[in-house]
Design a protein around this ligand. Structure first.
Ligand code: UDP
Ligand code: MG
Length: 139
């Protein structure tokens, strides 16, 4: 299992607000190399599967609605210790708890609409990357 890659999505709220460029700039400036990237929109079935781990949670329906309402930027990022360092860069799930300077502190509106996704383990980074990208789209 490789430890130098993570998967991210710039979520529909971040795309709607025109924050793609600013967030990618911050990702680059933090030492991550983009090894795959595309603008895409998840179907309801896609979002239900991607977030299946949360299917019993009260916010699951809203989460699926939110994540399918417009395009996202999906990307795979490479850096030593990628999963943990990217979670640090994005900040806490709830922007109210996110550290100063983190992506969620800067660009997230609420715990639901929180601008960006970051994988929580090396195993999930691999699963989520394969969910969105074919091998020939990863560099
Ligand atoms: N979420 C939500 N309400 C909550 C917790 C999470 O709407 O109380 C949404 C939010 O968009 C979050 C996603 O569900 O990013 C996945 O939740 P998770 O706990 O995995 O947070 P993350 O790993 O994204 O920080
Ligand atoms: Mg999570």
């Amino acid at each position: 299992m490789r430890t130098d890659r993570t998967f991210t999505m710039l979520k529909p709220d971040a795309v709607e607000k025109g924050h793609i460029g600013a967030i990618l700039e911050k990702i680059n400036a933090s030492g991550f190399r983009i090894v795959a990237m595309k603008l895409t929109q998840m179907t309801t079935a896609d979002a239900k599967e991607f977030y299946a781990v949360h299917r019993e949670r009260p916010f699951y329906g809203e989460l699926v609605e939110y994540m399918t309402r417009g395009p996202i930027v999906a990307a795979i990022l490479e850096k030593e210790n990628a999963v943990e360092d990217f979670r640090t860069l994005i900040g806490a799930t709830n922007p109210a708890d996110a550290a100063e300077g983190t992506i969620r502190k800067l660009y997230a509106a609420s715990i639901g609409e929180n601008a960006v996704h970051g994988s929580d383990s090396d195993e999930n980074a691999a699963i989520e990357s394969a969910f969105h990208f074919a091998g020939r789209e990863m560099f």
